[in-house]
Write a protein that binds this ligand. Structure first.
Ligand code: NAI
Ligand code: MG
Length: 358
């Protein structure tokens, strides 16, 4: 029996995750996979109910589950709260509490939606990038950090730090991912200036020897930022530390032009959390307008990475492509003049395509 922790969250979270849940339940039924989905509270919903963005019961639910599915958290009604009492804090604590050190973000082009990219179609049509970003180390967590006063002047400081164990484990994730793709890893650093990333380059090179079937290339982060716009189709797996990955994965996501289409996985030892890359979109919440496909594609990543159901992951991705081929569009991915459907209908179309293909 697989146990899935299910956190719908806030804003459009409940709408998009209901659609994704229906897809997951359809897969469980068609694949005859025993599954139990247990719902919990995180973010604003948890603040309202328990005055805590991550109640202990929710953390325990996530820790004892085979995988976590999350909608999105946050919204203006909680903006006035102090930082520790904000919905987003619940999400950060969840990632940290599960030690989810590997963030996987595919930036994939949907040929049906090429017109949505800010770049020319011929530049992006072959783009299929997987950003593998380290998520629990680097300058975001290094000590010492702070703001103090030296000689009467305020001074801010953070510490960029990685030990070789942290680098090695994320490198293995990237190389293994590349083996299932086009067998190329581009490791991003600033080894010409920063010692931390000089070690990064050394350790990644050592790990690469265990994967002779994967080609390794190193690239400085400034060049990588440029190459992502100049010739994005050259990349397969892009391996980065926490800060460079934060910036480059947002850049890469925009190549595809549609935030409502992009999924993510955050992985730790034997653990995985799956969520769309977008937020809770309060501006369209409760209106059956949100695109559920990013969350549905996150379910595909869950089946692939946490539930060992590669074939069903592929089938969900095929079903999503089929509904796009058939012309189904939510408002965010519709071109002018195209008919628009809602969140629920889009979810139902994917379920129908899955059933038709089974
Ligand atoms: P957002 O991603 O929620 O929305 C940005 C824009 O994209 C909005 O115009 C929204 O309507 C649109 N959009 C987002 N997802 C969509 C979808 N599935 N279908 C159609 N349109 C979609 O980012 P924003 O507005 O900066 O943040 C809103 C709230 O979400 C804030 O409270 C923020 O802190 C939170 N947030 C939560 C995240 C998470 O739970 N992982 C990540 C990012 C933001
Ligand atoms: Mg970011």
């Amino acid at each position: 029996m697989k146990k899935i922790a299910f956190f719908p969250g806030d804003g459009i979270g409940p709408e998009i995750s209901a659609a994704a849940r229906a897809v997951l339940e359809t897969v469980a039924e068609l694949a005859a996979m025993p599954m139990q989905i247990e719902e919990g509270l995180v973010g604003g919903a948890a603040l309202d109910a328990h005055d805590d963005p991550l109640p202990e019961a929710s953390l325990q639910l996530a820790k004892t589950a085979d995988a976590v599915l999350l909608g999105a958290v946050g919204g203006p009604q909680w903006d006035a709260r102090p930082p520790a009492q904000r919905p987003e804090q619940g999400l950060l604590r969840l990632r940290k509490g599960l030690d989810l050190y590997a963030n996987l973000r595919p930036a994939q082009i949907f040929p049906q939606l090429l017109a949505a990219s800010p770049l020319r179609p011929e530049l992006v049509q072959d783009v299929d990038i997987l950003v593998v970003r380290e998520l629990t180390g680097d300058i975001y967590f290094g000590q010492p950090r702070g703001i103090d006063v030296v000689d009467g002047k305020r001074r801010g400081f953070n510490t960029m730090v990685y030990d070789e164990g942290e680098i090695r484990r994320i490198a293995h994730i990237a190389f293994r991912a590349a083996q299932g793709r086009r067998r190329k890893v581009c490791s991003v650093d600033k080894a010409n200036v920063l010692e931390t990333t000089r070690l990064w380059r050394e350790v990644v090179t050592e790990v690469a020897r265990e994967y002779p079937d994967v080609a390794l290339e190193h690239m400085y982060v400034d060049n990588a930022a440029m190459q992502l716009i100049r010739y994005p189709a050259q990349f397969d797996v892009l391996l980065t530390g926490n800060m460079f990955g934060d910036i480059l994965s947002d850049e890469a996501s925009q190549l595809t032009g549609s935030i409502g289409m992009l999924a993510s996985a955050s992985l730790g030892e034997g653990r995985g959390m799956y969520e769309p890359i977008h937020g809770s979109a309060p501006d369209i919440a409760g209106q059956d307008k949100a695109n559920p496909l990013a969350t549905i594609l996150s379910v595909a990543m869950m089946l692939r990475h946490s539930l060992q159901q590669e074939e069903w992951a592929d089938r969900i991705e095929t079903a999503v492509n089929q509904v796009l081929d058939q012309g189904y569009r939510t408002a965010d991915i519709a071109s002018p003049g195209e008919a628009v459907i809602g969140t629920r209908s889009m979810g139902e179309a994917v379920v129908a395509a899955l059933r038709a293909g089974a």
